[in-house]
Design a protein around this ligand. Structure first.
Ligand code: HAM
Length: 422
């Protein structure tokens, strides 16, 4: 029986894997630049790590892969990175023995049982950070800046930064009551999900994908931030201005997860190739999550970038174009492969990416391979070369061909590479 990948999952084939690694490597560089250390948490956790009482998010209520083995504990495949990282922060008491804030970064697979479409998978990868233990507008701006400059460094142009403040606990509680009073008489006009959200988390009604075009949403009362939250938000904007980061304040931006407080943000693609899944990354501050997870009262902030959505945008803007090439291709024309095989290993030992023909094909076929592999140097080894302990070396850049003594080969290739550094 021939199998296929499970719906919503995919293979990262070699050409995509190269791009994936380029994105991960640049992200690791950014982690270092901004003082983050990498962390890996388990792929599955106790369900309670992700599922909090009265949670209304789609992710928690509908999309989690939850299972138990032998009727034991309820376990869940990680649908997002933040909760697991905070669990680890608390479990390992990082709040006590490290300098605050603790800055953690991750590159990990996530699992959500969503309806698959372009840019929306059931298994996907996030590049994320969490900065935990301190609350200051400077940190919020720095976190947004890190994500923004990462995207910009890739050379992407068609993006937009959206920010909003959901206020502190006090402003949100007041706003929640205002929204309940406002939406209650319109209950029948709301979709089923929003009816459920009304008393638990009415803020989520504002960015409902089904109801978002309705007048009742457009006319909903605006959040009134407490003086403290307003001041905080103004400072975040001030620091973003200082760093030259363009943004739009979107007062309907509430984000899909329940744990956010104060600053929230998203970076969306304005390129039509992204389709309906235009949010490249999102994040925000969470004042209550560390405490809810059994830790001290400490705030955190972070974001997560969806690698697959990022790759769609990179392809559309052709920013990750990469041509794989080879330093050396060894053409062997002898039945005996010892001499060529030995040279191949010596080349690799000296850090030249190298390949050879394994099958004793014709000279023409081997030249074709070296061409396809875009080899800079072709080493031709015939009967005479073995006899005289030399190699015929062709530089494909200059088309020059020369005979090189076996023990001078590495030195000569090094020299040619330096002369014509490309
Ligand atoms: P999120 O908005 O749920 O936030 O996901 C972050 C990013 O992950 C999205 O912007 C998107 O690029 C990508 N993503 C989400 N779902 C899918 C999917 N089904 N297929 C492909 N890509 C997807 C979080 O997960 C928060 N933990 C972010 C955060 C970190 N907030 C604070 N710290």
């Amino acid at each position: 029986m021939a199998y296929q990948t499970v719906k919503g999952t995919y293979d990262l084939l070699p050409e995509t894997m190269v791009k994936f690694n380029m994105l991960s490597n640049l992200f690791r560089h950014f982690l270092e630049l901004y003082g983050y250390s990498e962390i890996k948490t388990p792929v599955f956790e106790y369900t309670g790590v992700f599922k909090k009482e009265n949670d209304t998010s789609d992710m928690v209520t509908k999309e989690m892969y939850t299972f138990s083995v032998n009727d034991k504990d309820s376990l869940t495949l990680r649908p997002e990175g933040t909760a697991g990282v905070i669990r680890s922060f608390v479990e390992n008491k990082m709040y006590g023995n490290s300098e605050l804030p603790v800055k953690l970064g991750y590159i990990e697979e996530m699992f959500r049982h969503e309806r698959p479409q372009k840019g929306r998978q059931r298994q996907f990868t996030q590049l994320g950070i969490e900065c935990i233990g301190d609350k200051d507008p400077l940190i919020d701006a720095e976190v947004i800046a890190m994500g923004y400059f990462y995207i910009k460094t890739l050379g992407l142009e068609s993006i937009k930064v959206l920010i909003n403040s959901l206020g502190d606990n006090e402003s949100r509680l007041n706003y929640k009551n205002t929204l309940i009073s406002y939406f209650e008489p319109h209950n029948e006009e709301l979709c089923t999900d929003c009816k459920n959200r009304l008393y638990k988390n009415p803020l989520r009604i504002l960015d409902c994908k089904i109801d978002h075009d309705k007048d009742i949403i457009a006319n909903a009362p605006k959040m009134v931030l407490s003086e403290q939250s307003q001041l905080y938000f103004e400072k975040v904007k001030h620091y973003l201005d200082l760093l030259g980061i363009p943004y739009e304040v979107d007062d309907k931006l509430v984000r899909g997860l329940d744990y956010y407080t104060d600053t929230v943000f998203e970076v969306v693609s304005t390129n039509e190739a992204s389709g309906s899944q235009a949010t490249i990354f999102g994040g925000g501050r969470y004042d209550n999550l560390v405490k809810e997870m059994g830790g001290p009262e400490m705030s955190g902030i972070g974001f997560a970038i969806g690698v697959e959505r990022l790759m769609i945008l990179c392809d559309a803007e052709q920013v990750l174009d990469y041509e794989k090439n080879l330093d050396c291709y060894v053409i062997n024309l002898n039945e005996d492969k010892d001499y060529a095989f030995d040279i191949l290993e010596e080349l690799r030992d000296n850090s030249f990416t190298s390949e050879m023909d394994y099958y004793g094909r014709s000279l023409k076929a081997q030249f074709k391979s070296s061409d396809r592999k875009k080899a800079r140097f072709i080493l031709i080894i015939g009967e005479d070369e073995v006899k005289n302990n030399v190699v015929t070396l062709k530089d494909t850049l200059t088309q020059a061909q020369e005979e090189v003594k076996r023990d001078k080969l590495v030195e000569r290739i090094d020299q040619l590479m330096e002369d014509y550094y490309v």
